[in-house]
Design a binder for this molecule. Sequence first.
Ligand SMILES: [Zn+2]
Length: 253
Amino acid sequence: MRIKNRKRFYIMIGLLCVVIFLLLVVSFGMIWTAFSNNSSAQSDSSTVSNGSVQGNRTQETSTSDPTEVTDQSDTMVLVNKSTSLDKNYVSSDLVWVDLRGVRETQLRQEAADALKNLFKEADSKAITLYCCSGYRSYETQQELYQENVKTYGQKQADLVSAKPGQSEHQTGLAMDVTAESVNLDLDESFGETTEGQFVKNNAYKYGFIIRYQEDKTAITGYAYEPWHLRYVGKDAATTIYEKDITLEEYLKN
Ligand SMILES: [Zn+2]
């Protein structure tokens, strides 16, 4: 090869290398963008606040990171998708619930006493209620949530279960109740049963509310759960029942 041609040859090789390099940079960039969008769509609400994922979010997903509740042991504590409990919070007055139940479960003393009275009235009317699930630790919430995400996908999991730290069950003030008429399951149809109707119309007298009411998903962030009772004390429960409002609305006023 003559000198002149060799020089041209090297220039061509050089240009070719530059083009290949640029192509590699562009395709890596594209792969990286696709990858990071995908992984943020699969992670929880903590990624939403950076604003990179938009459009396909539903209102039940919080648009910002939850703030930590200040007085975690207050019986009026609000725990939802925008507020959460500390990972290590465990109420100091948890007791084992001495009532008919699907399994052994705990509640805070005050709520356990109130529930006993609710069951007592039910029994007197030949209505047989069962406790299903009360206090739930942070670790248990973590397991349940991950299981739900695996089974139903992120969106549906968020509608039916709480992210760790965002479950009222950690407060020790919430109890899921059930009945034989729904095979001791937690099912929406419980709301239509004699037991479900009894709970709906009498729980407030003992300080409990149906926390996730029908058609209130936009406010509570959760699907209808006629079985989920939350203890708030008689006064608040009575007002919430009579005005047919949610805990969020009650606390706002
Ligand atoms: Zn529940």
